[in-house]
Design a protein around this ligand. Structure first.
Ligand code: GLY
Ligand code: MN
Ligand code: MN
Length: 363
């Protein structure tokens, strides 16, 4: 595995190439996932300023020591509020005239403060997120972190399997699952755990409630751990007690759609194509209207990132991309089924990363 400092140097080189293509001489990076990806700095506040030849990380006192340790190839600058005074000095020293920023992250208020205080010196240019595209293809060290998060979540699910039975509340189940993930080494949850049972399982993102599980329920459990800054994402749907024929029918349909999508994933295939393959199977059975979300999404430092497996995303899949494959069927008043696994695109297809126990009747 390459040394971490080489990894970050390589990311910075690739970012600068994108910066040049965008015609920007300097870019401010504030999005936490981009800041960490480019610099290695994992703190919760700080600003990167990247130019052709300089890489600066501006932090306040709380993060000074951490920044020096985690981002050795960045020049660390400590600022005191107001940050604009430090920025004025830095912009002058670097002779900057135009500074790009992440247009999908900086607030209107922040933009107004910058232009009011520094507009006499530089022009602030809104830019699309140049880092997100770089983050789509994961390096070996990123895959290792994702696999660690997956392994933690997989075994945590096994820990709580005996609790998926009549008498337990959705909320208790979520708490136990989150505790099991933390106990096994998760630094945080990748997102808020979903537990939706019985008729509530038709809510694709049902937050856990005090509803008590009952025999005959379908239960959707969607959970992920975060490890070394990287997320996992997995959904299992289980029946409490023997499934009804209709529960079995819908589950098998969703599983068939997922199997077909997994087979369709290969380098060179557009993201939209994989969505179409799964959707066609669900459409053919007359349930198309009940599968109202995308088939999947990229996963990395954040749980939803590019590419998206959806009809409007023409991104060509490449080895190293990590995406979920999560078809679902949701019938209000009856319940729902979603099956979600995480995969990495390989040179010849894809490898499923989640090895979490699977099946409608596993309880
Ligand atoms: N956990 C949210 C999702 O699967 O997209
Ligand atoms: Mn997902
Ligand atoms: Mn999920």
């Amino acid at each position: 595995m390459p040394e971490l400092k080489d990894v970050h140097k390589n990311r910075l080189d690739r970012f600068r190439q994108r910066m040049e293509e965008a015609g920007a001489e300097a870019v401010i990076i504030l999005k936490p996932e981009n800041r960490a990806y480019l610099s290695g700095f994992e703190g919760s506040a700080g600003m990167l300023l990247i130019t052709k030849n300089q890489a600066l990380l501006l932090v306040d006192f709380r993060y000074l020591e951490q920044a020096k340790n985690q981002a050795p190839h960045f020049e660390i600058i400590q600022y005191r509020q107001p940050l604009s005074e430090t920025l004025r000095r830095v912009f002058q020293e670097l002779n900057l005239e135009m500074v790009g920023f992440e247009q999908d992250y900086v607030t209107w208020e922040q933009y107004e403060i910058w232009t009011t205080r520094l507009g006499d010196l530089v022009e602030f240019i809104p830019l699309p997120d140049l880092t997100q595209k770089l983050r789509m293809v994961k390096g070996a060290e990123e895959l290792k972190a994702i696999m660690e998060a997956v392994a933690i979540a997989d075994s945590a699910f096994l820990d709580i399997l005996p609790l998926i039975r009549p008498g337990f509340q959705e909320r208790e189940l979520a708490v136990e699952l989150e505790y099991a993930m933390r106990r096994r080494g998760a630094q945080a949850m990748a997102f808020e755990t979903i537990v939706a049972s019985g008729p509530r399982s038709s809510l694709p993102h049902g937050a856990p409630t005090e509803r008590v599980l009952q025999a005959g329920d379908l239960v959707i459990i969607d959970f992920g751990a975060k490890c070394q800054g990287y997320c996992s994402d997995c959904t299992r749907t289980v029946s409490i007690g023997p499934p009804t024929p209709k529960q079995r029918e819908i589950y098998d349909l969703v599983q068939r759609a997922q199997d077909a999508a997994l087979k369709a994933i290969s380098p060179g295939v557009p993201a939209s194509r994989v969505d179409a393959v799964a959707r066609q199977i669900i459409n053919e059975q007359g349930y198309g209207e009940t599968f109202g979300h995308s088939l999947g999404h990229g996963v990395g430092r954040v749980v939803h990132e590019e590419p998206t497996l959806i009809n409007r995303d023409q991104t060509i899949l490449q080895p190293g991309m990590v995406v979920t494959v999560e078809p679902g069927v949701y019938l209000p008043g009856w319940g729902g089924v979603r099956i979600e696994d995480l995969v990495v695109v390989t040179t010849s297809g894809c490898e499923v990363l989640t090895h979490c126990i699977k099946g409608l009747s596993i309880t």
